[in-house]
Structure formats: C-alpha cells, structure tokens
Design a protein around this ligand. Sequence first.
Ligand code: FAD
Length: 384
Amino acid sequence: MSAEAPIIIIGTGLSGYSLAREIRKQNKDVRLLMITADDGFSYSKPMLSTGFTKGKAADELAQGAPETMSKQLDIEVRTHARVTGIDTEAHELSVGGERLGYSKLVLAWGADVIRLPMEGNGQEHVFSINDLMDYRAFRKALEGSRKVAIMGAGLIGCEFANDLRNGGYEVDVIAPSDAVMPGLLPPVAASAMQDGLTEAGVRFHLETVVNRIDRAGDGVALSLANGETLSADLVISAVGLRPRVELAENAGLDTNRGVRVNRALETSAPDVYALGDCAEVDGHVLLYVLPLMACARALAKTLLGERTEVRYGAMPVMVKTPACPVAVCPPPAAEQGEWQEERDGNSVRSLYLDTEGNTLGFAVTGDYAVEKQTLARAVPPLHL
Ligand SMILES: Cc1cc2nc3c(=O)[nH]c(=O)nc-3n(C[C@H](O)[C@H](O)[C@H](O)COP(=O)(O)OP(=O)(O)OC[C@H]3O[C@@H](n4cnc5c(N)ncnc54)[C@H](O)[C@@H]3O)c2cc1C
C-alpha cells in the first residue's frame, strides 16, 4: 500500500455522500475516492416515493451529477465501477481486473431488494425501486399505464400506493399481513393508516399473497392465493431489503444480518468501516436516514484520527402518506411495555408505556402526527 493511498468509500448513496460531506467539513486535504456501481447521481432516496405528490419526474429528483459532486467536495468519483473483491491484508480492492490501494476503506454499499420467486411469464412487468435508476426505469414503463399492483404493505409499499393514487393511478396492494406496516405500527395506528389510504382509493388485499404473474394483453394478471385475480399494467415488488454482505463475507469480514461493526463503525478488519443500509451497528440493522447521518458524523471524525462512537438519539420515522400522515418511533425490541392507543377518526395517538408510565415508543397518525417532536423528546435514545 502506498502512503498516498486515498480513503475509499464504496457507494454514492446517502451514506457515501453524507460521509464525504462530513469529512470535508473538517478536512479539505485528505484524498477521497468514491466508487459506485451506479451512475453516481446524488439524490435523496426517500423522495422516490413522492414523485407524483411533489409533481417531479425522475430526473428532477436528482440533486447533483457525479461531476458536480466531485467539484463540490473535491473528491474523485468513479461511476459504473463495481467492486468485486477486497483484500484486507494488502489494503486493496478489485474493480474487475484493476486493483486499487486504500488507506482506509468504507463500505456504504447499501442493501439488495428481496425478489420473491414467482411463477408465471409476466416478470418483466415487475419493478423493485431502491435507487434513482430503478425509479427512472419505473417511471418510463409507467407512461401510458393506468393500473399498478404493489406487493408489500410496508413503509415503501404504502408510500408508493399513496403517491401513485396522487398521480391518478389505480392501485391494488397485496400483502400476507393482516395490517399495513406490520412490525412498525401498532394495531390501531395501522388500521387508521389503512383507512386513510382506502379513502384515498387504494384497494387492499391483505392476508394473501401473489402466486403467479402472467402476461395478459399489454399488462399482467396476478393470481392471488385467496383465489382472486387482479389485472395490472405494472407491478411494484416492495417486500423488503437485505443488507449486502456477500463481498464482505468473501473478504473474511464478520457478517450477520449486515456487515458487523461496533459503535465506532469498525468492521472485524483493520481500517475497514461500514455504515448505512449494509451495516449492522452493534446488533442493529436500521435501514433509515437518521441513523446513517449519525454514523456519517461519527465516522468522519474517526477517519480523521479522532476515534468516535456513534450515539443515536430518538429517531422517529416519518411515513410519507399524505392521506394519513404517520410518525413512528418503535420501542427498543428488548424493552417491556404495552401499547396504549386512542383514536379519533384517522387520528391516532399510540404510546408504548413501561410499568412506570414512561413512554418508550410511539406512533401518531393524522392530526396527531404534529406531536412527533414533543414525543420524540420524551422517548429514551436507542441504547447504542
Ligand atoms: C422508496 C424509499 C423511501 C424511503 N423513505 C424513507 C424515509 O422516509 N425515511 C427514512 O429514514 N428512510 C427512508 N428510506 C430508506 C433510506 O432511503 C435508506 O436507508 C438510505 O437511502 C440508504 O442509503 P445507503 O447509502 O446506505 O444505500 P444506497 O442508497 O442503496 O447506496 C448504495 C450505493 O452502493 C453502491 N454499490 C453497491 N454495491 C456496490 C459494489 N459492489 N461496488 C460499487 N458500488 C456498489 C450503489 O451503486 C449505491 O451507490 C426509503 C427507502 C426507499 C427505497
């Protein structure tokens, strides 16, 4: 490894660019090289599920071309370059046949969408949207379409359902759970959200799954396990994400659900760090923006010589469903308590209270969603 070797960041998503920004706030000189398999455009991924609501085409959601980012942050950005291997002993990585030396390496390579194995010949009508390039392809395919089926009623499925309704599309949502956003929302809040979306025209098919997707005319027919058949022009698959761990595993790094790091974002190999959707930080896989921003701030300091552990505050997630706005701050998994929920129309205040009445988590919907800041101050930070 040469003494000149740069800090290399793999990935130009929110994690990669946030980290580069945090580093530049403190140091203008250190060499930074960013390598990405995609086109390197900077964009805010949460905005992808708001295109119609905000009246923006895919290209209008891009915030900066890689050349602009390169100039702005004084970094080198290599686009359409997929890292294929890491040699932690030699402090080198491979991009195809090329080997590049690093002084420190940051894995910010995100998560893969889960694609369910599916019977039928209509697979080319199925889209997963996990980056701007996916979204561009989806919006192009959507031209001339009218009807979209969404597999999955989690945060991403619900947000796209609301956004596509705002764009004037017919929307069917199919999911095996008996409520929307299972695991994130308690029952009454989930029911209010589902009612809000239903009033906006979303059709839900819960407690069932899609068994087959077959071509039918210019679109597809979806056969559901409950015997129903739905027609759609396009299908969005929003059934979950899995942190990318394969390259890390091949390089001998410790992995579990994600690439395992401690609170200083250090992997099991010297000078290799991870943050964002690919990382499991002290046992937590948190596929959200606030945790990755906290990690970027801490990691920038560590990379510049001041080893810093990340501290998470309370991190409410805003669900971008204008038909029924929701803010949720799930209680830490290990904490004992009970949900107490009160409902007024589609406005719900759900508090997760311990035996002493302390609020450990919350979900607020509709008119109560404005209480999120006050409630966020009341809940304890994630123990990390
Ligand atoms: C539609 C949608 C809405 C969302 N809404 C919210 C929200 O409201 N609030 C919230 O907190 N979170 C939300 N999220 C989640 C949040 O956007 C993500 O947690 C965050 O953007 C992840 O950023 P990342 O940089 O870790 O990963 P990514 O953005 O996935 O970036 C990964 C990068 O790594 C690159 N890469 C991967 N493999 C390689 C390789 N082998 N070689 C080189 N480069 C590689 C990719 O090309 C990419 O540049 C949403 C997500 C989606 C999909």
